[in-house]
Design a protein around this ligand. Structure first.
Ligand SMILES: [Zn+2]
Length: 332
């Protein structure tokens, strides 16, 4: 079964389940594949890619790993739900068709406009709920794989959903082995997939930004080799293989303010090509929106995901301050 090809073609396999020497697989719907190892295990992982349809490298990476697990080429020691988030947008080579899927989780809400993506968000919410309820395993993880549109001072970084407690120790150990150079802690709830799985299911979740997006087949997958190796070792519960990977020493950040686009009057006073994690000094005028003025508040703040072309009501960028990594650890 070629999971990616079937998903892009909008087709289902002839048989929706099967068995190999080490696992059984279950087609749970378009872009949803569950792998259950025959050996008993105590972790249930969700790995997703393609929530943004044009972020192709993580989609290809996940498809390659899936082919390896199905062929018995790599060990599997956890229950695994694999998700290709937005197959229709993937097939069209677009970030999304109607609405940004990664702003629609934890819904529906009366303010959500109509479109293909709100329906898909409900399907994905139901799929992870079914998966974790059926799996009944104490350890839940969710890694949502993305690539960024713009240049970045940190090539690979993780976004950690806002939560009251610190973050899962095993996740914080895993991220440096995946080549992650920066960890960004959200300060407020968002409607991303990783915030949904963290808030609703207590999963150790994060969004991983893994480099720059290119069209299908044009990605240099060597750039993604380390995160692929770390995912494979993680689901194999192979601590030695994780420890053998080169480890980064990530910088820590927290979101200090959101640049929210209230109206079409929103103007971003930053160069269009400004790289992620560019630093700006206190007082810098970042954006204006009618009576709203956004300035750098702290001594120095770092820019993330500036985009003035979002719909009114959505965030047009984030500003960050640096924090010690110890502030991310679980204090409990
Ligand atoms: Zn993305």
């Amino acid at each position: 079964m070629d999971w990616l090809a079937l998903t892009l073609a909008g087709q289902s396999p002839v048989s929706t389940q099967g068995r190999t020497a080490q696992l059984s697989w279950h087609w749970r719907g378009p872009g949803l594949l569950e792998l259950i190892p025959h050996e008993s295990c105590d972790e249930a992982w969700v790995i997703s890619a393609g929530v943004h349809g044009d972020e192709t490298a993580p989609i290809e990476l996940l498809a390659e790993l899936t082919a390896d697990w199905l062929a018995g080429r790599r060990p599997l020691a956890c229950r695994l739900l694999l998700i290709l988030g937005n197959p229709a947008a993937m097939a069209a080579g677009r970030r999304y068709l109607d609405l940004d899927l990664n702003r629609l989780f934890d819904g529906p809400r009366a303010s959500d406009p109509p479109g293909a993506e709100p329906l898909r968000a409900r399907q994905l919410e139901a799929a992870v709920a079914d998966f974790w309820q059926a799996a009944e395993m104490p350890i839940r993880r969710h890694y949502d794989l993305h690539t960024a549109i713009r240049a970045s001072a940190h090539l690979r970084f993780a976004l950690l959903p806002a939560q009251e407690n610190g973050y899962d120790a095993a996740m914080l150990r895993w991220l440096p082995s995946a080549g992650i150079e920066a960890l960004v802690r959200h300060s407020a709830p968002g409607r991303t997939f990783s915030h949904f799985t963290s808030a609703r299911f207590g999963a150790a979740s994060c969004t991983l930004e893994l480099g720059k997006a290119r069209p299908f087949g044009q990605n240099d997958l060597r750039q993604f080799a380390q995160v692929k190796a770390a995912l494979a070792a993680g689901v194999a519960a192979d601590a030695d293989a994780l420890a053998a990977l080169p480890q980064t020493e990530p910088k820590g950040y927290r979101v200090s303010q959101e640049l929210r686009k209230h109206s079409e009057a929103f103007v971003l006073h930053l160069p269009a090509a400004a790289a992620n994690f560019t630093a700006y000094p206190q007082g810098t005028l970042l954006a204006e929106d009618g009576p709203h003025r956004y300035r750098v508040q702290a001594a120095r703040e770092y820019l993330l995901f500036p985009n003035a072309r979002v719909a009114p009501g959505l965030r047009a960028g984030l500003m960050l301050t640096e924090i010690p990594l110890s502030q991310l650890a679980d204090q409990a």
